[in-house]
Write a protein that binds this ligand. Structure first.
Ligand code: SDX
Length: 430
């Protein structure tokens, strides 16, 4: 009769071990019993970059990379993008269920009334050079918030946790907008509590001398959809960074700042910025074949916005973003780089280099085209990823803090360095 176990034989000793299988996994700690002798530490699993390691159990986001499925708390991303709002998805991500009308009103009220940041934060941000990348300003400023909310370190207290989670979700757009205005040499625009989450963000970015910013509803909805699509994505690099840093029981501002810095990288959230720079570098549709040749030729050129560790089919978010782009371009005018992106996709999806490696457009391939059409500078693109991902980071952080199986993350290593040796005085070296 089939059993949920794995039987392994250690050919070094001839011993056999039966390891339980649960949730499609064996526990790495069950390998430690496999030894060759008394002083043997026991077997470990070696898995650089965690290609095949589950570091947690999570109920928040489900991805099926082969089928291109993404669900937040069981709800398909396509339905949420069509029918929900970012703050409703944020509530769902944090709480596991869609809110009732009164729950949503209460949540929106709480977020809306925590959008202000301490006035001292402004002088902190003013210390940056005008041309500092807004992601470095965002990461530093979020880390600095831990100094403004010392009670945030009581991470085991639910009420305190939830208060910081709301603060982070609410203040991220304000800090992001302030970092943009700082880079433009423009005065900061304070939050307007009469506007929606995305409307308020656009107003803090765009308002000049008018007393009330008039939000374009098409752009407001497009940004809301983009924020929904970026809310969470299970154990990606930045979420793992947030979980690992948070596992030391540091406050959530410090843990989320780690997530922001991880997201900043061009292989992760920085890819949307890299895609735009790549499209500009290609410059025209007729230059696309030459660029593809460079990518195939192993000259180190990557097709940014393509490929994914989990999706081995078309990223479902990219499909929704592509549709949203058409609606935005109706208002802003088509982004001339779109033709280059479409030609890149057309050629890549038929090219065996990409097909064999299962490289498809990911969330970052088209999003930058929308952001640029909406008037955001390229270095703001990863910031536009960080804002919505905040709810994913804080929800995954809270799940880790409340998981009885979790403790401070401290992996092992395979030591490959020098064996024990005696000190050599400097006169005897070389
Ligand atoms: C995000 O994890 C998440 O969920 C992330 C994210 C989220 O929501 O949090 O989805 C957001 O980060 C999306 C990914 C954005 N990054 C990019 O678009 C950068 C370009 N993509 C690649 O750098 C790459 O595809 C990664 C980083 C996304 C995934 O890398 P993997 O899984 O480590 O795969 P790999 O680098 O081992 O590549 C396998 C092969 C290699 O070729 P061979 O050595 O086998 O010959 O595919 C090649 C790679 O060279 N390859 C690419 C490529 N991506 C992989 N070749 C050209 N262009 C690319 N984009």
């Amino acid at each position: 009769m089939a059993k949920d176990t794995l039987t392994v034989t250690d050919n070094r000793t001839g011993k056999t071990y039966e390891l339980p299988i649960a949730d499609g996994c064996i526990r790495s700690m069950d390998l430690r019993q496999i030894k060759t002798g008394g002083d043997d530490f026991g077997l470990m699993a070696y898995d650089p970059a965690f290609l095949n390691t589950a570091n947690c159990k999570s109920a928040i986001t489900f991805i099926d990379g082969d089928k291109g499925i993404l669900e937040y708390r069981g709800y398909p991303i396509e339905q949420l993008a069509e029918k929900s709002t970012y703050l409703e998805v944020a509530y769902l991500t944090m709480n596991g269920e869609l809110p009732t009308k009164s729950q949503l009103e209460d949540f929106v009220h709480k977020v809306t009334h925590h959008t202000f940041i301490h006035e001292n934060v402004k002088s902190f941000m003013d210390g940056f050079r005008y041309d500092s990348h807004p992601m470095s300003i965002l990461a530093s400023t979020v880390a600095a918030l831990s100094g403004f909310y010392p009670d945030a370190k009581h991470v085991k207290d639910r009420a305190t946790r939830r208060q910081q989670m709301i603060r982070l979700i609410a203040k991220m757009p304000t800090i992001a907008a302030f970092s943009f205005r700082h880079s433009q040499g423009l005065p900061y625009v304070y939050p307007d509590n009469e506007l929606s989450y995305c409307g308020n963000f656009l107003a803090m970015i765009r308002r000049m001398t008018e007393s009330k910013y008039k939000v374009n509803p098409v752009l407001e909805r497009a940004l809301d959809i983009l924020f929904i699509l970026h809310a969470d994505h299970e154990q990606n690099c930045s979420t793992t960074a947030t979980r690992v840093v948070g596992s030391s029981e540091v406050d959530p501002y410090s843990a989320v700042a780690a997530g922001i810095t991880a997201l900043y990288g061009p292989l992760h959230g920085g890819a949307n910025e890299a895609v735009l720079r790549m499209l500009r570098e290609i410059g025209s549709v007729k230059a696309v074949p030459e660029f593809i040749k460079r990518v195939r030729g192993g000259e180190g050129a990557k097709l940014m916005g393509f490929g994914h560790r989990v999706y081995k089919s078309y990223d479902p978010r990219a499909k929704v973003i592509k549709r949203t782009a058409d609606e935005v371009f109706e208002v802003t005018g088509k982004n001339p780089l779109l033709e280059i992106a479409l030609e890149l996709e057309r050629i890549a999806l038929a090219d065996d280099y990409f097909v064999q490696r299962k490289l498809y457009p990911n969330v970052d391939f088209y999003s930058g085209l929308i952001y640029e059409a909406m008037g955001f500078p390229v270095d703001m693109f990863p910031v536009l990823f960080a804002i919505p991902r905040t709810v994913g980071w804080v929800s995954q952080w809270e799940e880790m803090i409340t998981d009885p199986e979790q403790k401070i993350s401290r992996p092992r290593q395979v030591f490959t360095g020098a064996k024990k040796r005696d000190y050599v005085t400097i006169d005897r070296r070389g």
